[in-house]
Design a binder for this molecule. Sequence first.
Ligand code: MG
Length: 381
Amino acid sequence: MKTISLLGATGSIGVQTLDIIRKHPDSFQLAAFSAGKNEQAAQNIIHEFEPALVSVMEKEAAERLQLQFPSVRILYGKEGLEAAATIAEADTLVNAVIGSVGLEPTLKAIKAKKNIAIANKETLVTAGHIVTAAAQQAGVHLLPVDSEHSAIFQSLQGEQEKNISRLILTASGGSFRDKQREELESVTVEETLNHPNWSMGAKITVDSATMMNKGLEVIEAHWLFDLPYEQIDVILHRESIIHSMVEFHDRSVMAQLGSPDMRVPIQYALTWPDRLPLPDTTRLNLAQIGRLHFQEIDFDRYRMLHLAYTAGRTGGTMPAVMNAANEEAVAAFLDRKISFLQIEEIVERTMEKHTPVQSPELEAVLEADIEARATVRSLLS
Ligand code: MG
């Protein structure tokens, strides 16, 4: 029996994590969760899973829930998030919050000796050197939930990292993969949110269309698998059937395949090195699919991916700045304040204005994040 604390329970990954816990009541138990502003969803989760602790975003909501559920500890805000992340009963933290808010609770959970199933990319992107060092020191595992990193992780079972020649991350190309760059000038929020293969939250769907999502994943892979950027490649693969690959020195390539269903990598992160059935997922039928397509990445077409490689290679505080600028720019796009192509323009200009600090402490990372958001606000006004 694994006891889980789930940060970001009402988001896309959170909901699917709950589905896995629901399907395997003998294997998993929910000790704590955090939710954003969706109070009704929080109520439903408390009713169904009876956790010991719940954290919501706002004080007023916490007070209302506390009246309804007197036997559950209800907290709010940053303190609540950290209490949920470190609750004594849990052995595993699933970090599925959106954005850099996931970083500090994850570090606290690592120090409290929890294994981390990591769906929150920003945690590794902004402070990969701190998080991986802390995990090593505490002797806990960082288990990837992202489908690409799970595919690499699965392909590496029984292998030795010293034999890796390169990682090949697959990218679906997002909502606009069939559009030329000029056609992106006038795309709408609605078109952007219409992803061909995956059903995900709004922020990550925009990131998928700009390819920033893949950029964040490249940086994430760099930290998770301890490889230089020269050994991390991206290839376009329309169907999202091959979730990623590992090439070894002998040119042998291991890949992990499956129908696109995020519950598979989420569940693997929770059962590793074991597996559990997932009967209602679609069985892969290659004969029916017939063909798989691959294409080289055009870095002029997908400038955000180029920016992410640059940020990763620059290192220090630069990835945190890139990430914060992207979060702010995507929010502005979703608020219809800027156009689709202005997202990358804002990220690029914010990076240009930043002087990176190498090997930053956590405080410097958080400062760089705040500084980048201020830069975006001044660019927007
Ligand atoms: Mg992914």
